[in-house]
Design a protein around this ligand. Structure first.
Ligand SMILES: [Zn+2]
Length: 219
């Protein structure tokens, strides 16, 4: 491997570790649950299974190819590898974040689609769907997730958590944070006895999506 390529991989690995630590620091996961990956060329760098993120260092990079064959590192890749690889095979994603964020996971047990309480849904491509339950680490879970991700950059996994992707680790992370916030918002608004939150119409959300294309970040 050339030095340039090695540098690029080291830099991307630092980003993966920093993002994984951020999910823990921000309360989106507990312990070693959840996982983060980034694609660099034909290699997917992914957090290893069961290792606390504060113990991961620069020399601990774990990498697989798109078929899941390990090409970097000695530690075992996350058990959710099929989920990450399915996103990369089916999109041009540069990074994937998977968490067990508490409000989003709570909402995954309640609805097939996150109610449109806020236009932040446009940041995820539209109303966020819930993929059907399947055991962690299975191809069945990855397949259900792909269906829920159609035309979206994030989804819920029933009784499990969240998946988002983006061009960069920061973008994938931000989408997870927005999704968790939106689920918390809906739970908060819908918990007032006798009242129901008003929802945006699909047309109103389309309008926001069009505005985002022209003007960047929403206000
Ligand atoms: Zn999980």
């Amino acid at each position: 491997m050339s030095d340039v390529r090695t540098d690029a991989i080291e830099q991307a690995w630092d980003g993966v570790v920093a993002t994984a630590r951020r999910t823990a620091a921000d309360g989106l996961v507990v312990g070693t649950s959840g996982n983060v990956s980034a694609r660099i060329g034909g290699i997917v760098l992914v957090t290893p299974s069961g290792v606390p993120y504060d113990r991961l260092g620069p020399g601990d990079a774990v990498g697989v190819d798109l078929e899941g064959r390990q090409v970097l590192g000695d530690m075992v890749p996350t058990s959710e590898l099929p989920l990450h690889l399915a996103v990369y095979r089916g999109s041009d994603a540069g990074a994937v974040v998977h968490t067990h964020a508490v409000h989003a996971t709570a909402v995954s047990t309640l609805v097939d689609e996150v109610p449109l309480v806020h236009y932040a849904a446009a940041l995820l491509g539209g109303p966020v769907r819930t993929a059907g339950y399947a055991r962690y680490g299975t191809q069945e879970l990855a397949d259900g997730m792909l269906a829920a991700l159609r035309d979206r950059t994030g989804c819920l996994l029933r009784n499990h958590g969240t998946v988002t992707y983006g061009d960069t680790l920061d973008q994938a992370y931000d989408r997870t944070a927005q999704l968790e916030w939106m689920c918390r918002l809906w739970l908060t608004a819908s918990s007032v006895p006798g009242l129901r939150p008003s929802l945006l119409t699909p047309a109103q959300l389309d309008d926001v999506r069009d505005a985002l294309k022209g003007y960047g970040q929403p206000g």
